[in-house]
Design a protein around this ligand. Structure first.
Ligand SMILES: C[S@@+](CC[C@H](N)C(=O)[O-])C[C@H]1O[C@@H](n2cnc3c(N)ncnc32)[C@H](O)[C@@H]1O
Length: 226
């Protein structure tokens, strides 16, 4: 993976730079801050609160990548004694040589998460694996375009590369696919706040909200299935 380099973002947490796409895996202003804000706070915490604190949640992620969102979800599950069933797709898994250098457990301030982070990456693909009592992981080595499941989800982390770098993932057809993967009351969350995205989400049936973004980014988007 010569075309992928580790970078340090402004909050001290690592991200990756994809030289082919000329794109980073997270916000340069802070990878950890962005993931916590967009996916944990505005995603799973929001869904859990508005749903009356259920004991279990099914999450679907587009783009497993470094596994930062999965690690934060596992931390959230353990802290809140919430069972998270986390399904994620990734057509281009990263080498362990890169993964082993990422400073996420230390950046979060919980060195005991190092083992969890390693398990997220070494666990088998295409199978549901219990990482611990509160977190199960199902990784699929596939593209969103080809993903097929009868499962339905409560929260969707849409973490593809930016629309100007990977336009084929932000189409109205794929937004409809996302909508159809979700249950009533479910939440779709993403870091992008493009006008076209908001119009597409609305046209496939989401109730769309523009929210304040993470540090360094003005806005983000959340869609709700109502
Ligand atoms: C912005 S990165 C974020 C990844 C991850 N959530 C993280 O925190 O590191 C986007 C990810 O989407 C993956 N990806 C690329 N094409 C995809 C596709 N067609 N379907 C699903 N994921 C894709 C990339 O390989 C990359 O890992």
């Amino acid at each position: 993976m010569d075309n992928i380099k580790i970078i340090t973002t402004e909050d001290g947490s690592h991200s990756l730079y994809h030289e082919g796409l000329k794109e980073t895996y997270h916000s340069f202003h802070g990878a950890l801050q962005e993931s916590v804000h967009v996916f944990i706070e505005k995603g799973v915490r929001f869904w859990r609160t508005k749903s009356g604190l259920p004991k279990q949640v099914d999450i679907f992620e587009v783009g497993f990548g470094t596994g930062l969102n999965a690690l934060l979800a596992a931390q959230f599950a353990m802290e809140n004694e919430l069972k998270i069933n986390f399904t994620t797709i990734e057509p281009f898994p990263l080498d362990m040589g890169i993964i082993n250098q990422l400073n996420y457990a230390t950046s979060i301030g919980q060195d005991d998460l190092k083992d969890v982070f390693e398990q997220l990456h070494t666990s088998e693909w295409e199978n549901t694996i219990d990482i611990n009592k509160y977190f199960s992981l199902h990784k699929c080595k596939t593209k969103l375009e080809d993903f097929d499941t009868s499962k339905r989800f409560d929260v969707l982390f849409f973490d593809a590369f930016a629309p100007n770098k990977q336009a084929e993932l932000w189409t109205v057809d794929l937004m409809l696919k996302c909508f159809n993967l979700l249950r009533d009351g479910a939440v779709f969350t993403t870091y992008s706040a493009k006008g076209q995205l908001k119009r597409d989400l609305k046209s496939v049936g989401f109730e769309v909200e523009t929210l304040p973004g993470p540090p360094g980014k003005k806005e983000m988007v959340r869609g709700i299935v109502n």
